[in-house]
Ligand binder design. Structure first.
Ligand SMILES: [Zn+2]
Length: 72
C-alpha cells in the first residue's frame, strides 16, 4: 500500500482549510470543485483543546488512489 501523505498540521491551516472549504495543500477553494476527497485528519492541539479535524483535498492534490472516477 502506498502511504498516504499526511495533511498539514491543523495549526498551519487557514480558516477555510480548517473548515473544509479549501484544499488543505494548495488552498484552492473547494466550493466550486467537484471531486474533492478527504485528505485525512489534520492534527493539532492548543492547550487542552484538541484541534484534530478532517480536511479535504482538491482532485489535483488528492492521492491518485483516492480520486473518484476519471479513469483514463
Ligand atoms: Zn489542492
Amino acid at each position: 500500500m502506498t502511504p498516504r501523505p499526511e495533511p498539514p498540521p491543523a495549526a498551519s491551516l487557514s480558516y477555510a482549510q480548517y473548515s473544509g472549504w479549501a484544499c488543505c495543500w494548495c488552498a484552492k477553494s473547494l466550493l466550486d470543485v467537484t471531486g474533492a476527497v478527504s485528505a485525512g485528519i489534520a492534527r493539532g492541539r492548543e492547550g487542552v483543546h484538541v484541534l484534530d479535524v478532517e480536511v479535504y483535498a482538491c482532485p489535483g492534490c488528492a492521492p491518485e488512489h483516492d480520486r473518484q472516477g476519471g479513469t483514463p
